[in-house]
Design a protein around this ligand. Structure first.
Ligand code: SF4
Ligand code: FES
Length: 249
């Protein structure tokens, strides 16, 4: 296959960015999207060009560090995959593919396709923890948890913090991410002591970071590689309302 990548190049947060076109040949359908960027970067390095900066680590859909907007869709055209799990068989020979960083004010571009997602870390630090001594695995197993709650907590815990939900949301909201963290802890007995305060500190941090409000459009869940459902946001909203009506502020 021969493809053309039109890649967002931006030297730094204060620089103006632009799309730059690169032709890449020798692409095979079983190459991952990131491998194509690797091939292009090798070529750029050998020809005194500046390699394209992009984030990646596990390349197995686990760490959440990769993630770019491909032809206008966060993580590209396939559903429920991260950018590192996207393969070139999803594209036609001769395709012209636009590659851009996450677009959201709280995720400023550091360089090219790399954005600063530390706003997510600060939302977690604001309330994404439990104070109950949870012990080791055998102790955790000694606390009976209804099967539905355990399954829903696990489902929410699969959020990898990639940020695609924010990139896809027209409001730039991070409510799917924050809702997943709140649901994961709030479904379990160990998460109950801070349940009310957690909802308030995390929504406050979310808003302070500049993320927008959720209007239940659903673009977030459509691009989420872990298929986090929209109802984590409703649950988060209920926890916020309940905390406010308890006067816990
Ligand atoms: S909710 Fe989904 S899209 Fe958003 S950060 Fe978590 S895994 Fe990524
Ligand atoms: S590189 Fe880890 S999820 Fe893609």
């Amino acid at each position: 296959m021969k493809i053309t990548l039109r890649v967002w190049r931006q030297n730094g947060p204060a620089e103006r960015g632009r799309l730059v076109a690169y032709e890449v040949d020798g692409v095979t359908p079983d190459m991952s999207f990131l491998e194509v960027l690797d091939v292009l970067n090798e070529r750029l390095a050998l020809t005194d060009g500046e390699p394209i900066a992009f984030d990646h680590d596990c390349r197995e859909g686990i760490c959440g560090t990769c993630g770019v907007v491909i032809d206008g869709i966060a993580h590209g055209p396939e559903s429920a995959v991260t950018t590192c799990q996207l393969y070139m068989r999803s594209f036609a020979d001769g395709a012209v593919i636009d590659v851009e960083p996450w677009r959201a004010a709280p995720f400023p571009v550091i360089k090219d396709l790399v954005v600063d997602r530390s706003a997510f870390d600060r939302i977690i630090a604001a309330g994404g923890y439990v104070s109950a001594p949870a012990g080791a695995a055998p102790d955790a197993h000694a606390v009976a948890v209804p099967r539905t709650d355990a399954d829903r907590a696990f489902e929410a815990a699969t959020c990898i913090g990639c940020g695609a939900c924010v990139a896809a949301c027209p409001n730039g909201s991070a409510m799917l991410f924050a809702g997943a963290k709140v649901s994961h802890l709030g479904r379990l007995p160990q998460g109950q002591p801070e349940r009310a305060s957690r909802a308030l500190t995390m929504i406050t941090q979310h808003d302070d970071e500049g993320f927008g409000a959720c209007t239940q459009i659903g673009e977030c869940t459509a691009v989420c590689p872990k298929e986090i459902p929209l109802d984590v946001i409703s649950r988060f909203d209920r926890d916020i309302l309940s905390a406010l009506t308890q006067g816990d502020r």
